[in-house]
Write a protein that binds this ligand. Structure first.
Ligand code: IK2
Length: 451
């Protein structure tokens, strides 16, 4: 037993933080002489969300870290959830494995309209435990040992470990600022070089994954940019995985375009969505994968042999949400218009605050994150517990512990090759109450005055 730990829980010990640590973690070496964990887990045991969510829980900072709203979902969807749990007893029981019928029918109807095509509710959609599980099913179902997956960076961090667990290798292609003079002040200035992208395709390339609007940069890929990606996917016979969890959050006239709607792409694209991001209910963990049934059937095989199905009542509520949004599509009371309108102001407010202390944020065209180089502000990095970590990790930890403000280090969204270029950047989340943004502004102001 390690110092500071006490016995007291069946199958575990309690550590300093009152958390139960399974005996297997502490004493595995003593019990087993053979290798315990599967090789596919090598090097992927750290997770930024686990680490920084715990820090936020421990230090209780003003939280502009993980991407979730600190306000409630709209009343109509809360009411739909209450109705689901208090009504028919079937809402408390298993439903169809690949998606509650009411939900898949509404998703098919809604996205069929958006894409102007027939979407088969029972063939072309899989409902999952958040977009996270949709991604997991996609990689497990489609990637084999030796396959390569092209990842456009910056990228949502879980793509890399998920590809690795499936036996594949990630090959990165970066969005690069159009100019090198430090004037890339909008996410629109970050572009993909078509030749560089094409150079990454090899006979082993099985899939390409990207995210629009992008987390953390906020880039909204324009139709012409999507066409470049689409043409290369068709030319090299590659599957496209399009992570669109922030699809309703675009600003300044930018429009989200679904790559699956481009010619020849429906047949080779898996589109990933999230009700958590869509209806400001991230804790419900309802997501989906959508695409041609001939691809989706393989994702369903992974799903039926792992999770099997997702919470019925939450699916019923999300179904009601999409039904409502179908009815008020494009109208003033659509939540899909109201949320970005609200966030547009919060985005400008945060940008103004950062600029007022001499920082140059990259203004996002979409999503609910903003990144900024904070190296001009004073930081005391003497904490020995973070020594050896990337600079942005150390800044973020110092900010949480010493200033009471949580953000996220940006290098976590880059490949090892490009991480060093972004170690001065941190990510701020602005899907927060104005009072939270005000509290963060006060901390940022006070931080800059201490320089
Ligand atoms: N894909 C992207 C691009 C995401 O950003 C997320 C959720 N990210 O939230 C953490 C953060 O960046 O602060 C997901 C997928 C997963 O979505 P879901 O919550 O529906 O599983």
């Amino acid at each position: 037993m390690q110092p500071g730990m006490v016995r007291g829980t069946v199958g575990g010990v309690i550590n300093y933080c009152n958390r139960v640590v399974p005996i297997s973690c502490c004493a595995a070496k003593a019990i087993m002489s053979r290798r315990l964990h599967a090789r596919r887990l090598d090097g992927i045991d750290k997770n930024i969300w686990v680490e920084f969510t715990q820090l936020a829980a421990d230090y209780k900072p003003v939280n502009l870290g993980q991407g979730f709203p600190d306000f409630s979902p709209p009343a109509f969807i809360q009411e739909a959830f209450c109705k689901a749990v208090s009504g028919d007893c079937s809402m408390h029981q298993y439903t169809r494995a690949f998606g509650h019928p009411h939900l898949v029918k509404n998703l098919a109807k809604f996205f069929g309209r958006v894409m102007d095509r027939d979407v088969d509710p029972f063939e072309d959609i899989l409902v999952t435990v958040g977009a996270y599980q949709a991604l997991f099913c996609t990689f497990q179902a489609l990637i084999d040992e030796g396959d390569e997956v092209i990842v456009i960076e910056p990228f949502f961090d879980c793509y890399q470990p998920m590809v690795k667990m499936a036996g594949g290798t990630t090959v990165y292609v970066p969005l690069r600022p159009k100019t090198n003079d430090g004037k890339a002040l909008s996410s629109a200035d970050w572009v993909l070089n078509a030749e560089e992208l094409e150079s990454k395709f090899t006979p082993r390339t099985k899939a390409l994954v990207f995210n629009t609007p992008n987390n953390p940069l906020g880039k909204v890929f324009q139709r012409e940019e999507l066409k470049v990606i689409a043409d290369l996917c068709v030319k090299h016979d590659v599957i496209c995985i399009s992570d669109e969890v922030y699809e309703w959050l675009t600003y300044d006239g930018n429009k989200h375009v679904k790559i699956a709607s481009l010619p020849g792409m429906w047949e080779r694209t898996v589109t990933i969505g999230s009700a958590g991001k869509t209806f400001s209910a991230t804790g419900w963990k309802v997501g989906w994968a959508m695409g041609s049934g001939h691809i989706l059937k393989h994702l369903k095989t992974v799903h039926q042999n792992s999770v099997y199905h997702c919470a019925t009542a939450a699916q019923e509520a999300v179904a009601a949400g999409f039904q409502r949004e179908y009815e008020c599509f494009g109208k003033e009371d659509s939540y899909f218009l109201q949320l970005p309108a609200t966030l547009h102001h919060k985005r400008l407010r945060l940008a103004k605050c950062l600029q007022s202390v001499g920082l140059q944020p990259i203004l996002p065209q979409g999503g609910y994150f903003m990144i900024a180089d904070v190296s001009s502000l004073k930081v005391d990095l003497t904490d020995p517990t973070t020594a050896g970590e990337p600079y942005d990790y150390r800044i973020v930890k110092w900010l949480i512990k010493e200033k009471g403000l949580a953000t996220i280090p940006v290098s976590a969204f880059f490949s090892p090759e490009h991480q060093k270029d972004f170690q001065n950047y941190i990510r701020f989340c602005f899907v927060k109450e104005d009072s939270t943004l005000k509290a963060a502004e006060d901390i940022i102001q006070q931080w800059s005055e201490k320089k």
